[in-house]
Ligand binder design. Structure first.
Ligand code: NAP
Ligand code: COA
Length: 261
């Protein structure tokens, strides 16, 4: 029960990697909040989280809507007090060549991923525990590896990395640590269903990972927990790949994997 009674807020926490992170903190005694756009999905996530005990609640809000985020953070603090752990992981992605991408499509991903990440951090700031809070943004290796058909996600995630580093500098004095995790390809996620929709593509992706397999949600969640523990108390401003070495292969491996779609 490493996180007993700690308050953990997970933006984009109703499915996939982020829900896995929420589940793992709840299992360690935390009070968990999940937020995403769809009320039914929020309700299902909260029901799943609390099915074996523990305290969780959810909010239906879009990370592009700053006021709705602020209201969710205020309601969380009113019920449970200061936020100890903030995970910002809401994202949207699809595969599209730059020359065919509309301006609105590019903007949509920037707005959800990058502006949304800033909004989540900015709205949470007044409610974060000072000192002691830990913020983790979910980025991706596309933030430093230029990747064909991912110009929108590459740009958005690169922005998240700099938001992470800059906030780490500004908020360190208040005792808030800000880090990012860059997951490699993770099994059973919407992200990989979109990037590798066929068996051939999945095989190519796995072959592009030095460890030879997709990662698991639990492998991301364990690192997220570690980053929030005292063991990592002197770590801030880091973008940590948790990717089986996948990003070592560079964009060529990713290009091969994407072209096998
Ligand atoms: P996912 O299940 O689709 O998770 C995305 C979450 O964000 C969902 O809860 C989604 O719920 C929410 N969301 C999307 N748009 C939102 C918005 N505008 N406002 C509020 N919430 C919103 O996908 P995932 O594959 O697990 O990805 C999770 C994170 O890991 C993302 O940041 C992704 O970029 C990153 N990542 C994933 C992989 C991978 O292998 N899957 C690899 C590297 C990085 P609603 O749609 O219901 O709102
Ligand atoms: N290829 C090219 N353009 C696309 C696209 C695709 N596959 N999917 C959407 N777009 C474009 C739309 O055509 C629209 O542009 P337009 O107005 O010029 O036609 C723009 O993107 C916005 O689409 P819209 O459906 O209105 O956006 P939304 O805010 O409702 O949804 C998405 C955002 C598109 C990212 C949607 O896929 C989503 O909600 N994803 C969340 C889940 C997810 O992506 N998970 C993986 C996380 S890594």
């Amino acid at each position: 029960m490493k996180f007993r009674d700690k308050v953990v807020f997970v933006a984009g926490g109703t499915s996939g990697i982020n829900l896995g992170i929420a589940e793992s903190f709840l299992a360690e005694g935390a009070r968990v909040v999940v937020l995403s756009r769809n009320q039914d999905k929020v309700d299902a996530a909260v029901a799943g989280l609390t099915s074996e005990g523990g305290e969780a609640m959810g909010f239906a809000a879009d990370v592009r809507d700053f006021d709705a985020l602020s209201a969710s953070m205020a309601a969380t603090a009113a019920r449970w007090g200061a936020i100890d752990v903030l995970i910002s992981g809401a994202a949207g992605n699809f595969v599209a060549p730059a020359a065919e991408l509309s301006a609105n499509a590019f903007k949509t991903v920037i707005d959800i991923d990058l502006l949304g990440c800033f909004n989540v951090m900015r709205a949470a700031h007044e409610y974060l525990r000072k000192p002691g809070a830990s913020v983790i943004n979910i980025t991706a290796p596309q933030s430093w590896l230029p990747t064909p058909m991912q110009i929108h996600a590459c740009a958005a995630k690169a922005g998240i990395d700099q938001v992470t580093r800059t906030a780490a500098m500004e908020w360190g004095g208040a005792g808030i640590r800000v880090n990012a995790i860059a997951p490699g390809p993770i099994e059973d996620t919407e992200g990989m269903r979109r990037l590798a929709p066929t068996a051939a593509a999945e095989k190519a992706w796995k072959e592009s990972v030095p460890l030879g397999r997709y990662g698991t949600r639990n492998e991301i969640a364990r690192v997220a927990q570690w980053l929030c523990c005292d063991e990592a108390a002197y770590i801030t401003g880091v973008v940590l790949p948790v990717d089986g070495g996948w990003s070592l292969g560079g964009s060529s491996a990713m290009t091969m994997a994407l072209s096998a779609r």
